[in-house]
Design a protein around this ligand. Sequence first.
Ligand code: ADP
Length: 549
Amino acid sequence: MLNGQMMQMPLLVSSLLEHARRHAGDVEIVSRRVEGDTHRCTWATLARRAQQVAQALDRLGCAAGERIGTLAWNGHRHVELYYGISGSQRVCHTVNPRLFPEQIAWIIDDAADTVLCFDLSFLPLVEQLAPQLHTVRHYVLMSDRAHMPAASTLPGLLCYEDLLDAESGHYAWPQFDEQAAASICYTSGTTGHPKGAVYSHRSTLLHAMAAAMPDAMNLSGNDVILPVVPMFHVNAWGLPYASAMVGAKLVLPGPHLDGASLHALFESEQVTFSAGVPTVWLGLLTHMERQQLRFSSFRRTVIGGSACPPAMLHTLQQVHGVEVVHAWGMTELSPLGTLSRLRRHHADLPQERREALQAKQGRSIYGVDMAIVDGQGQSLPWDGRSAGDLMVRGHWVVDSYLGQDAALPLRAVDGQGGWFPTGDVATIDAEGYMQITDRSKDVIKSGGEWISSIELENIAMAHPGVQEAAVVAVPHPKWDERPLLVVVRKPEAADLDRTAMLGFYEGRIAKWQIPDDVVFVESLPHTATGKLLKLKLREQFRQHRLPGA
Ligand code: ADP
């Protein structure tokens, strides 16, 4: 065998920051902070501060592999921690502050975090949690001396800026095995107890590189990137890493995620690219519609995390001139799996058909392979109709969860092991466009046939009077289950009623798939990551009597 004779350089997270410092050191990072101000720095100053973080962790006696927890919004200090923690061979454990306090405590305990860093807004939460946190040795408030509380119940509460001030920043990033853990994110637990996905340095870098590719997020050093998707869930879809890789300007909105604040920030910083879940865009678009606003620089957005309603895709593209890239992923996939980009020969298709393709969850990017299988693990055809369990494998897909044996969740496809079962049900068409019909537990099983709740929701969302819609299965004596539509009306559409709503489905879908009933509500429940909380809705409407049932 002849070995390659290329340099062996481990793929380490610190190399991204080092690259940004050396080659895009003057590029800005703008943060709206919890303290109320807007902070500006550059990749060069951020890199220096990340090195100070690493030195501060040394001083606190943190060993390699120790988990450092964060409870924080998108901001420069959080980015500094991402790099300072992982770069110095500790593991950055981002915790979702929107979870129930008991879940947060359970997750921090399960990951055995030894230091917990948190934004000012989470001080009361951390004080409440502290008695249940058995592994945390140090609490660090991510602010300056002026914002430290006069008194706190937290033992030995440390000030982030004081910790950094005590360090020189002269720190050489250690070199180590790229398979070492860089960060941990727990699944939201919508499908059971939260489980820790442990990303390696290698998987993080490969994912960032793939995310930046033209047929993925198409990121460039000319972009101004505003991740609305939080850094506390799946590393903001890898954007803090990919931004450093391409040397882009980064704009971080902190806790200010309402439509008005976001629009103002998009405009003042001339944002070109953003990414977030559909609920965020719903808020932003509603605000813009009411105030008759437009974007002056915003060009592309990736929408994922739950299905992007085709009506939203249409409005962003046709009214606002923002290209929408619909994406699918999961915590277990770091998170990117597929993105819906049009191919060369689609250029001549009528707009409606182009949008129908874009509304699918998309095609695999290199690094993630996928298959759909029947109950016996046999592959189903890619014909755009056969729906089956979606399986994936790839360089940034988990093979086991934190604290579990290797290869625990993996299954076989056509007799060959090593595939991760996503829990989603999907079709794949002949061109490789994957479309999620449902999470397997959300599928509505009616008379032996499956009805896609997502498809029914997408239709409802296209009605001009509908603010938000959810479709859930309700038990039915004859058909087993039937769909129930739950709708939040727009304020100006108070007269939208059941007949009009159900009439809207006529001609848009097979008759037997039309929901049996409609319930109008004030608001819909969401998970900590902005998805519809179907479990809660199913429980709430379990006893709902459908007409004719
Ligand atoms: P959880 O912890 O709830 O699993 P994730 O953020 O990992 O949270 O959620 C992943 C799931 O979200 C996927 O398995 C899929 O069901 C859903 N999802 C993500 N993106 C999309 C999308 N574009 N369309 C439909 N569903 C999506």
